[in-house]
Design a protein around this ligand. Structure first.
Ligand code: HMG
Ligand code: MG
Length: 309
């Protein structure tokens, strides 16, 4: 058996964030519980962002309060935070879980997010890339003080829907700035699924260079993660090339949730994040270990599909 690959299931966050029909919080909790039974390393549960911007995830505090009741050992929970206000909300969730249920740490990781395209950063966070980095600067030490890890997402690492192709050096520049402020992990987001083996290979190599020989971080996890959307069906090929180049951490979503609602038709939902089943199959076909229980995964896929029916 080859190396064990670290996997994060982002279905409850990325998979649901664009759904216009509200999903009841208890059903989201069911999805998280089903996902954690698969053996995945991390579940990206929700986001502490403005509910005006992302209404579907406005229930993040309530969802985390439900999960605090029976968080199992061995799985990490993470949440997106765009600013210190988001971090405050995550710390409050942790404090309340500790007080009510003795949970040592409910949220183990916060994820800050920016882009390699100025237009996308503005549209997604109402800030320039430099402004987002300044928002993140105080988040990192405050999170670390509580033993919370910090992931730094970069969107549009291959192409931006507004600016077109993005050079790998521009992505690597943003990665360097995130590393300078102390993030533990860089997560490269191919937001619109434009990646091909060539373009993903190019950007992965450039960012590996900036990691300066540090394949793992202080928490012993890979310093680089790849976050693929499967819009045009190229995600599996991109995983293969990334594995060959040394990437050992990937995001995926149960049921392949996360398709853009505007690209879907009544009969066909647009593909979203790379489906967990596709990622696992690709990892294992390359001789690596995914460590995902297939029966539990089928159940998580079923629950995910029911949520958006
Ligand atoms: P803004 O409007 O510039 O900021 O938004 P603001 O400070 O003026 O705040 C606006 C309102 O939001 C105010 O409320 C604030 O209190 C509130 P009002 O006074 O109008 O009632 N607010 C907050 N509420 C809850 N939690 C917070 C928070 N901060 C402010 N943390 C802001 C700036 C960043 C807040 C906004 O743009 C935002 O929330 N953006 C989130 C966008 C988002 O979540 N996008 C999706 C995630 S990224 C992604 O999907 C890509 C990824 O998957 C990788 C890939 O595929 O590429 C990760
Ligand atoms: Mg995404």
């Amino acid at each position: 058996m080859g190396d064990r690959i670290r996997i994060t299931d982002v279905a409850p966050r990325d998979g649901l964030q664009a759904e216009s029909v509200p999903v009841p919080v208890e059903r989201k909790a069911d999805l998280v519980r089903a996902i954690q039974r698969t053996g995945v390393a991390e579940v990206e549960v929700s986001s502490f962002v403005s509910a005006k911007w992302i209404p579907q995830l406005g229930d993040a505090p309530e969802l985390f309060a439900r999960l605090a009741v029976d968080k199992p050992e061995g799985v990490l929970y993470s949440a997106l935070v765009p600013n210190e206000r988001g971090l405050d909300a995550a710390l409050t969730a942790n404090r309340e879980a500790q007080e009510s249920h003795g949970t040592e740490r409910l949220i183990d990781k916060v994820s800050v997010f920016t882009a390699s395209s100025e237009t996308f950063a503005q549209k997604n966070t109402n800030a320039s890339i430099a402004e987002t980095i300044e928002r993140f600067r105080p988040i990192v030490p405050r999170a670390h003080e509580q033993g919370i890890r910090v992931r730094g997402y970069i969107s549009c690492v291959v192409r931006c829907p507004f600016e077109g192709d993005i050079p790998p050096t521009a992505v690597a520049e943003v990665a360097s700035r995130l590393l300078e402020i102390g993030v533990d992990e860089i997560d490269l987001g191919d937001t619109i699924g434009a990646g091909t083996p060539d373009s993903i290979g190019g950007v992965v190599l450039e960012v590996i260079d900036r990691l300066a020989g540090r394949p793992t971080n202080d928490f012993g996890d890979p310093s680089l993660t790849l976050h693929l959307h499967d819009t045009f069906g190229h995600a599996a090929e991109c995983v293969r090339v990334a594995l060959e180049l040394g990437v050992r951490s990937f995001d995926a979503s149960s049921g392949g949730l996360g398709g853009c609602p505007y690209a879907s038709t009544p009969d066909h939902r647009a593909p979203g994040n790379i489906a967990m089943s596709t990622l696992v199959q690709t990892i294992e076909s390359m001789g690596f270990t995914a460590g995902i229980d297939q029966v539990a995964q089928r159940e998580a896929d079923r629950i995910a599909a029911e949520l958006i029916r």
